[in-house]
Structures are given as C-alpha cells and as structure tokens.
Ligand binder design. Sequence first.
Ligand SMILES: NC(=O)c1ccc[n+]([C@@H]2O[C@H](COP(=O)([O-])OP(=O)(O)OC[C@H]3O[C@@H](n4cnc5c(N)ncnc54)[C@H](O)[C@@H]3O)[C@@H](O)[C@H]2O)c1
Length: 259
Amino acid sequence: MNRFVGKTVVITGSGSGIGKATALRFAEEGANIVNIDMNKENAESTESEIKKMNKEVLTIIGDISKKEDVNNFVQKSIERFKQVDILVNNAGIGANSISSLMSIPIEQWDRIIDVNLRGTFLMCKYFLKSMVKNPHTEESPIRGKIINVASMRGKIPKAKMSAYSASKAGVIALTKSLALELGSRRITVNAVLPGTILTGIWGSNVTAEQIAGFGGVVPLKHQKVGLPKDVAGLICFLASKDADWITGNDFRISGGMIT
Ligand SMILES: NC(=O)c1ccc[n+]([C@@H]2O[C@H](COP(=O)([O-])OP(=O)(O)OC[C@H]3O[C@@H](n4cnc5c(N)ncnc54)[C@H](O)[C@@H]3O)[C@@H](O)[C@H]2O)c1
C-alpha cells in the first residue's frame, strides 16, 4: 500500500517500540517522517532504517514536555516539509513504575504527568497552529489528523499505577475534547489504547513471558502480548483516508483483554 505518499507525519518517541514500528510503517507507505525522540542513539537507528528505504526523514532530538523543544520541533518540521498532515503523539513513560500513592515520590508523579499528558498537550497546541492552515479539497476533505497513544490503563486503571493511569485517562479526555473543538476545522483526533505490548518501556531485564503477565486475560491465546507492529497498523489506519469520518474515538488494541 502507498497510502501516505506526499504526506508528512510527525511521530514522537519514534526511536523505540511502538513509535519506531509506526515510523517505519508510515515510511514504507510513502510518508515523509519527522522522527522525534529524546534518546539520540535510538532516534538515529530509526533514521538509518528509513534512509535505507530511500524515504525522507528529519530527526529532531528533544523532550516533548518542554515548550522550547516543542516549538523547535514545529519550526524545523515546517522549514523542511512546509506542512504537517499527521501528528502521532506516542512518546510516553511510566508503564513500569509500580508504586502505592502514599509512597510514590512527587517528582516521579510529576514527570509521568509532564511527559504523557503535558507533552501531548504541548505537541497538539503548537502543531495545530500550522495544521489548521492546511488546504483541503473535495478529494481530501480533512486538513489534518492527530492520533494520541494512550493506554488501556487510562480506561481500566490498575492498583499502584495511579500516575500512569491518570495521565493516560487525561490523554483520552484531551483527545475527545479536541475532537469536538476541531471537527469544524476538518481535523480528526483519535486515541489508541494498547494492552500489553512487547517494547522497551518495561525495561531491559524482563522476559516476554513476564511482560505477558502484566496485563489481564488475553482471549487470543496464541499471542499473549502485542507487538509494536500491531499498534502501528491501527495508527496507520486512523491516519488513512479510510478513517476520514472517524473522530473523538478511543480504540483498544489488546488481543481482546478487557480488564
Ligand atoms: N508497551 C506497552 O505495553 C504499552 C501499553 C500501553 C500504552 N503504551 C504507550 O505506548 C507509547 C509508546 O511506548 P513503548 O512501549 O513503545 O515505549 P518505549 O519505551 O519502547 O518507547 C518510548 C520512546 O519514547 C521516548 N521518550 C520518552 N520520553 C520522551 C520525551 N519526554 N520526549 C521525547 N521522547 C521521549 C523514549 O526515548 C523512547 O524511545 C507510550 O505512550 C506508552 O505509554 C505502551
């Protein structure tokens, strides 16, 4: 498929896991990629894979929770590609910080909320300024698409995951509020809610089997954990023309896990 030829996609946290798989999938399908991560080494590995495909990529290193960095992302993206069509707010932290509310250090709570919720807010706020000016035609009636990566935990929280669950519930509410606000401006906003996905967010010392145990019951027994490419497929569908009439929704991708 070549669904994104001529489109520019900004992806945060594209140096690893779900973000990397999503960046590669968009590139495979013809998009120009803005590859944003705070980890330089990871970001460079994504860049080199995209370059091997002979696709356009701009790598920017920075922290989505910092206003100055986000302004820099916007400025560099527009300088290079003129307009941004799709924004994927994927960077996130904290799925593996298990702590009771009484013992969680305040700095840890603040950092999880800052990256997951404030970071998504800042990215939307500053990228929208240019997205609302994108042209639209009868053939392409949508000016822009935003896809926020939340989590099942934003809907179904777990004990000792208060900061992460609250941050992701915030991302889901932000998604819905923005969709209502931006519908008349021809911008769609949706959230994806992954279940347990095999990525670096769980740390480097855990096995796939242990990771599978972190989630609830997965009815699709042949595959107890999701793979980054599974989530990438859903994100790309929501960014495609086939999803032009979908906005304000949250989509679980969890192998059927519902608790
Ligand atoms: N893996 C899962 O089981 C799972 C489940 C539900 C939701 N999610 C969500 O999916 C998203 C991607 O997670 P993943 O599992 O691929 O994680 P990952 O750790 O493999 O990748 C996250 C990437 O984001 C980058 N990043 C972190 N903070 C950043 C910041 N402040 N600014 C810029 N980049 C930053 C990291 O450097 C890393 O490259 C996250 O929002 C996460 O909460 C993951």
